[in-house]
Ligand binder design. Structure first.
Ligand SMILES: [Zn+2]
Length: 422
């Protein structure tokens, strides 16, 4: 091999290494405990917004409408302190043995639940009669709905039942399914706790429960902007977005790091901005790190209602959410709405031999692209697929991310947005 070719090889290797290294560095930072899972306890999301703004600033992205931030206000239920569930003499582990429902209120006391099978729960009349009898006896002051071994279609029919019952008395939902958490903007009247079959939970034991919940009203969250104007003036803008918020804390002891969802996407967004900064651009780029996604796409809804660049001049939105794997390719939501753009993406992938597959999917309200689609702005939502199935749980950590396809993904997405410029 000629020496110059060897040197080019080293240069390329270093360049690719640096790209994925930067993505890793930023994702690791966002997953660290100081951001409290980028939720609402200790203002975790706000702390992360400052860090992201700093990254935008460091690479020379501009403010837009004189600011890097767009504030909005929303109600959110939080768990800042005590989180204890003791079954007999066994202290259960939060996040592994149980999750409190995101709408769970504060509670401190002992519970003796009566067991209700999922079969009984299917019959509303029988369930009601049973509840009256159970609670009349004054032996029980809560119920445990036993959903173990419940077929999936039955579970679907029973959806929402535990929430309804938690309006009347404390409820435990006993499950053998994966525990998956989320965020709520309200509180139930009584506690609702999902306990896993693999834990030492027993309905025959006295249960000691201590939960500290706080419903924050009009909590301030912030979308973060980084603006990169076209090299020569242009009226058209491409938005690249990723939400940086996650689920935050469930008690003082544990937090949800949100590695794949969506420290990975936020880090990819920042790296894309950095690379586009070094190129000639025919359109303006607006990078938006959205807040409040996990609370119900609140930040992106606010943006679409209060855009800082007219939606009519927004040529395309590329939304990144769950970007940490890719061993099994990516899925593109809205692919069926924009077949021309989808074909372009497929062509780049084949030509450059990047990912194993690009799977088309129809529209779905599952990330921040949704409100843009509703408003008639063309948008794709891209997520990676791979063996990492940790999702909305405490195992979605930085160390569980493979970043195996990061460089190929960056190449694909950068080339794709460049074709939108034409
Ligand atoms: Zn997400």
């Amino acid at each position: 091999m000629p020496k110059w070719l060897f040197l080019v090889g080293i240069f390329l290797c270093n360049f690719l290494f640096a790209q994925s290294n930067d993505v890793r560095r930023i994702a690791e930072e966002l997953c660290s405990p100081k951001y409290n899972g980028r939720g609402y306890v200790n203002k975790g999301d706000s702390l992360a917004s400052v860090y992201i703004q700093h990254e935008f600033d460091k690479m020379g992205l501009k403010k837009k409408k004189r600011t890097y931030f767009q504030s909005f206000f929303h109600d959110v239920n939080t768990f800042p302190g005590a989180m204890q569930l003791v079954s007999g003499t066994d202290t259960l582990v939060p996040g592994i043995d149980y999750l409190v429902d995101p709408s769970c209120p504060s509670f401190n006391g002992t519970l003796k639940p009566a067991r209700i099978s999922y079969k009984m729960a299917m019959n509303q009349e029988q369930l009601q009669n049973e509840l009256v009898v159970l609670l009349k006896g004054k032996v029980y002051n809560a119920i445990v709905l036993d959903y173990r071994n419940c077929p999936n279609d039955t579970l679907k029919q029973l959806a929402g039942l535990t929430q309804t019952l938690a309006g009347v008395l404390p409820v435990f939902e006993w499950t053998d399914k994966k525990l998956t958490w989320s965020v709520s903007s309200e509180q139930l009247k009584y506690p609702l706790i999902q306990v896993h079959d693999a834990s030492k939970f027993s309905e025959n034991q006295q249960l000691s429960v201590h939960i500290e919940a706080k419903l924050l009203r009009n909590y301030e969250s912030r979308n973060v902007f980084g603006y990169l104007p076209a090299t020569k003036k242009s009226k058209k803008t491409v938005i690249v977005s990723a939400h940086y918020d996650h689920l935050g804390r469930m008690g003082a002891a544990i937090y949800f790091p949100g590695g794949n969802d969506n420290a990975s996407g936020t880090a990819t967004l920042i790296e894309m901005a950095k690379q586009l900064k070094g190129l000639d651009r025919k359109v303006n780029y607006l990078f938006i790190a959205f807040a409040g996604e996990e609370a119900g796409l609140v930040g992106s809804k606010y943006y679409v209602e209060h855009p800082i660049i007219p939606l009519s001049k927004t040529r395309f939105v590329l939304n990144l959410d769950i970007m940490g794997s890719g061993e099994e390719g990516i899925t593109v939501v809205n692919a069926t709405l924009f077949p021309k753009e989808m074909e372009t993406l497929q062509k780049i992938n084949v030509r450059e031999q990047l990912l194993t597959q690009i799977k088309p999917r129809g529209p779905a309200a599952n990330s921040d692209h949704y409100w843009f689609t509703q408003a008639g702005v063309p948008a794709f939502f891209v997520y990676t697929m791979g063996p990492n199935k940790n999702y909305h749980d405490i195992f979605d950590t930085y160390s569980n991310l493979s970043f195996q396809e990061t460089n190929d993904l960056l190449k694909l997405l950068l080339e794709f947005v460049r074709t939108i410029e034409e």
